[in-house]
Design a protein around this ligand. Structure first.
Ligand code: PBG
Length: 327
């Protein structure tokens, strides 16, 4: 048969397939999210996220050591405080759970890159991501609090802050307070494109951060929208963001690719708790091959253009990279 173009020619062996691969991934782009809880001796599995744990500060180092051994050098820490109040004061207390966690992590693992999630929902009694005015989250009042939270995390040792609240103008507010306090070199990774998503369900169980009433649709984005993602990303670029995040990942790869086309900053994707939980649940029933699905899902995010990948599967992905299954 006369045929000069045969795409299969480049698929004839594993070595060749790897040589012509379009998407390359490496461990330095992985970020592992972790939950740190008040108390001692705690390492409790999160029921809706099997394989993920809430650690007390004294147990955290064991988990970090394992992570470092796997070759994952970056973490995103979430605090679970004992007490909550209307203005989330635990989020910016000098001796707050997350501040102590950063101090301990940096003391024991100076090379570990520590990122702080800047938000209020784990710390407010009402579970919303800001200060309430009636039942509405007051944007401008919340900005002062977010700025204080970011500063307190950086003062405690966070290498980078990542605001996830979705208030307008928060990147600018955080940049201003960090600069004024001598932290002009501390980067901000903005959860710029964060959708109001049911995929956060297991996280809210893990962190006890579900809103006590209503939902987050007045601040997180409507998932019918795509051009709005570009608008949000560009606004945060203007305000001084260093990295733009899209969240969730799996159902939003069109958004990721579009944002990547429009901006010139590194783009991150957060493969969230619901994505993790679905894979774990289906795998435990024997419906899917867990390792194969983890690899394929991760590669799809990188193929869509992700530069940084936040995922609860970070240690597994690092291992699969070592084994040459992906990468
Ligand atoms: C805090 C925050 C949330 C997540 C990251 N930061 C929860 C939310 O917005 O309700 C979700 C992460 C995940 O589901 O894994 N606002």
């Amino acid at each position: 048969m006369e045929m000069n173009k045969r795409p299969r020619r480049l698929r004839t062996g594993a070595g060749l397939r790897k040589m012509v691969r379009e998407t390359r991934m490496d461990k330095s782009s992985l970020i592992y999210p972790m939950f740190i809880k008040e108390g001692a001796g705690i390492e409790e599995e999160i029921p809706t996220m099997p394989g993920q744990y809430r650690y007390s500060i004294d147990r955290m180092p064991y988990a970090l050591e394992k992570l470092q051994k796997a070759g994952v050098g970056s973490v995103m820490l979430f605090g679970i405080p004992e007490h909550k109040d209307a203005c989330g004061s635990g989020a910016f207390a000098d001796d707050g759970i997350i501040q102590r966690a950063f101090r301990e992590a940096k003391k024991q693992f100076p090379d570990l890159y520590c990122i702080g999630d800047v938000c209020m929902c784990e710390y407010t009694s009402h579970g919303h991501c800001g200060i309430l005015n009636g039942e509405y989250v007051d944007n401008d009042k919340t900005l002062d609090y977010l700025a204080k939270i970011a500063l307190s995390q950086v003062q405690a040792g966070a290498d980078m802050v990542a605001p996830s609240d979705m208030m307008d103008g928060r990147v600018g507010a955080i940049r201003t307070i960090l600069d004024a306090n001598g932290y002009a070199e501390t980067p901000i990774m903005s959860y710029a494109v964060k959708y109001a998503s049911a995929f956060y369900g297991p996280f809210r169980d893990a962190a006890g951060s579900a809103p006590a009433f209503g939902d987050r649709k007045s601040y997180q984005m409507d998932y019918h929208n795509s051009r709005e993602a570009v608008k949000e990303a560009l606004l945060d670029v203007e305000e001084g963001a260093d990295i733009i995040m899209v969240k969730p990942a799996m159902s939003y790869l069109d958004i990721l690719a579009k944002v990547k086309d429009e901006i010139h900053l590194p783009v991150a994707a957060y493969s969230v708790s619901g994505e993790y939980a679905m894979i774990k649940a289906a795998a435990s029933l024997g419906y899917i091959d867990e390792a194969a699905i983890i690899c394929e899902t991760a590669a799809s995010a990188y193929r869509a253009g992700v530069d940084l990948y936040l995922t609860y599967f970070a240690p597994e992905i690092a291992e699969f990279m070592d084994e040459g299954r992906i990468g």
